[in-house]
Ligand binder design. Structure first.
Ligand code: 6PG
Length: 248
């Protein structure tokens, strides 16, 4: 896997606008060379800000929305109508405004499904992923945020999820970031994406960014294990870059 690329932007708004522009370029490039493309969305303020910027981007429809498969890296295991849902926030930020094919939006199950069992919900999503074409990268572009202590998706330091090597998707309980119950891709699944884009804004992320880029172990800093097969791209703002050796 290649070394990470790091791009630093003035603030979260500029980061989100640049991330949206990069998505348009990358996804339309992929669609020009083959039938469809796939993107994995994330929750959190920066992840949703990118979708909002994408909604208003002049070149937005350079993406052929009818040939885009959308997945999630994690989801809060709450009722589908709960505003905490990453899917609900993504629909309001972007998906309701673009002609996506409904059957190509692959949301993770909500709490009213699978008997309210996050492990069963995770198993169902893993089954869905097994239907993806074999042999290729599982996804084209995966968007991920990160927390101040280094979590990514819903994989937290020294949690059962960070040690998972067999299941592609897991249920997460007692998550330190509310809501406490979630469904999340595991790091081995994240690493099956062609490209992984890590997005962080604010000084509170500066330690995690610096530690991840200096090779911290993933069990203590899960975001350090979020790498793409072809590319790992960090999109951060000046504040989140505050602890980086500027010589990078
Ligand atoms: C979630 C996210 C989570 C998020 C980070 C960053 O469902 O909460 O997937 O991993 O991306 O916590 O969130 P902020 O951008 O709001 O700091």
């Amino acid at each position: 896997m290649a070394a990470a690329d790091v791009l630093v932007y003035r603030d979260q708004q500029m980061l989100a606008a640049a991330g949206a522009a990069r998505l348009i370029t990358r996804l339309s490039e992929l669609q020009a060379t083959r039938r469809s493309a796939s993107v994995v969305l994330t929750g959190g303020g920066t992840g949703i800000a990118v979708l909002e910027q994408l909604r208003h981007a002049p070149a937005r429809d350079a993406i052929d929305w009818s040939r885009l498969d959308i997945y999630w890296g994690d989801e809060r295991f709450v009722p589908s109508t709960d505003h905490e849902r990453n899917e609900k926030q993504a629909r309001e930020a972007l998906l309701e405004a673009v002609p996506i094919e409904p059957h190509r939006v692959h949301a993770m199950p909500a709490a009213e499904e699978y008997g309210g069992d996050p492990d069963a919900a995770a198993g169902a999503y893993a089954e869905l992923l097994r239907g993806r074409p074999a042999g290729e990268p599982l996804f084209d572009v995966m968007l991920l945020g990160l927390g101040p202590e280094g979590h990514t998706a819903s994989i937290f330091p020294d949690s059962p999820a960070v040690y998972e090597r067999d299941r592609a998707v897991v249920g997460v309980r007692d998550c330190p970031k509310p809501p406490p119950t979630r469904v999340s891709l595991t790091l081995p699944t994240i690493r099956r994406s062609s490209e992984v884009w890590l997005m962080a804004a604010g000084g509170g992320k500066a330690d995690a960014v610096a530690l991840a880029l200096s090779g911290a172990p993933e069990t203590q800093l899960p975001v350090a294990g979020a790498r793409g097969l072809q590319r790992t791209l960090w999109l951060i703002d000046e504040a989140a870059a505050g602890k980086l050796d500027r010589a990078r």
